[in-house]
Write a new protein. Structure first.
Length: 374
């Protein structure tokens, strides 16, 4: 049974790209559903799928996040992952559809939840705006504000993976695009312009026909104007997405024992500690023994957990068989519950030397997005 993908608004549930793509579950807004009804709906999802990954944009109202956290706390379960994303509405919808595609594969719930941060680096989301005077989610220079007073001035804005603004038709530099083949999705608002199809398609090596979808309801609020055409370039093929995620080394969360990729667990939010073992008294070890899970379930320690961890860092096995420079342990994890037994056990074991963890980025991609993986 695939992991359930839930969203906080119907705009995030795009039409599937193929019949095998699972559907997304739309959670009603807090002002349209009582807390008891929200708990009952989540219990049904957990009973049917086992784990639920909820994608909630950071631009969503605060009441939406508060309701999700209240439901998870009252159910006393660690099988609900709350995934936040800074992408604009259309880009967030594309991310949700990619997670739905991967949910039908053999990825564990922990890998699926933590893969959202990786996939977001490969979504080029932006918009053509008639004004940037009310745009506050992307840095706007004083020069761009002044140019906005010119008659008929339009601006092309890229929100992710890097932010950039350029004036349309001024001969300035174009927006930096992906160095790999993508497809383009458009959502037209009140602005009449063909700039995405006449400029982005040839400049970004867009493959196939340009697809269109209705403008998300949250887009005018996110961009600060209703005169816009929102766009998102993304990796459409499931085999490429599967290779992208499966090529990343998997770790085991030292706190909840879920599989993860990257530097943070998608379920409990604990940062990665390379070589760490769920210590005596911690939730992960108690969960494996059947005494620490509040929802009454049991779970064995995740794959890759060793009885003892090596004295030093260990290298990452790449698909090609080569070993790059070894990872180093990041800074020690600060337990948010000092009174917990896991904290006492943590104090008894000195941490490894601290160093920085390199976040997954799409730098130096040349045709194959998997080359950017560490």
């Amino acid at each position: 049974m695939p992991t359930a993908i839930a969203v906080t608004s119907a705009d995030l549930a795009l039409q599937p790209t193929d019949p095998g793509t699972p559907h997304a579950t739309v959670l009603p807004a807090p002002d349209t559903q009582s807390l008891d009804a929200s708990i009952a709906d989540m219990q049904q999802l957990l009973a049917r799928y086992g784990h639920v990954v909820v994608v909630c944009p950071t631009s969503a109202p605060a009441a939406v996040e508060q309701r999700l956290r209240a439901v998870r706390a009252l159910l006393e379960t660690d099988r609900i992952a709350l995934v936040r994303t800074d992408l604009p509405p259309l880009g967030a919808a594309v991310l949700v559809r990619q997670l739905r595609q991967l949910a039908g594969c053999d990825f564990s719930p922990g890998v699926l939840a933590s893969a959202a941060r990786l996939l977001a680096h490969y979504i080029y989301a932006g918009a053509v705006l008639g004004s940037v005077s009310r745009l506050d989610r992307v840095p706007v220079s004083l020069g761009s504000h002044l140019k906005g007073w010119l008659p008929g001035a339009h601006f092309a804005v890229l929100a992710g993976p890097t932010a950039q603004i350029t004036r349309v038709g001024s001969g300035e530099v174009t927006l930096p695009g992906p160095e790999f083949t993508t497809e383009l999705l458009l959502a037209r608002g009140q602005l009449q312009t063909d700039w995405p199809t006449t400029t982005l398609v040839p400049g970004w090596r867009i493959h196939g026909a340009v697809l269109e979808t209705p403008l998300p309801e949250a887009s005018p609020r996110w961009w600060g104007t209703g005169k816009l055409v929102e766009f998102a370039a993304y990796l459409p093929d499931l085999p490429v997405l599967y290779q992208l995620v499966s090529s990343v080394r998997r770790e085991t969360c030292h706190w909840c024992a879920m599989d993860l990729i990257g530097d943070r667990c998608g379920f409990c939010g604990a940062p990665l500690r390379i070589g760490a073992v769920p210590e005596q008294g911690g939730r992960a070890l108690n969960g494996a023994q059947g005494g620490g899970r509040r929802d009454g379930g049991t779970r064995a320690l995740g794959p890759g957990v060793q009885a003892t961890h090596p004295a030093g860092a260990h290298p990452v096995q790449q698909p090609g068989g080569t070993h790059p420079a070894p990872y180093q342990d990041p800074a020690p994890y600060q337990d948010p519950h000092p009174g917990h037994q896991a904290h006492q056990a943590h104090q008894a074991h000195p941490a490894h030397p601290a160093s920085s963890y390199t976040e997954l980025t799409p730098a130096n991609v040349q045709g194959n997005p998997t080359r950017a993986l560490p």
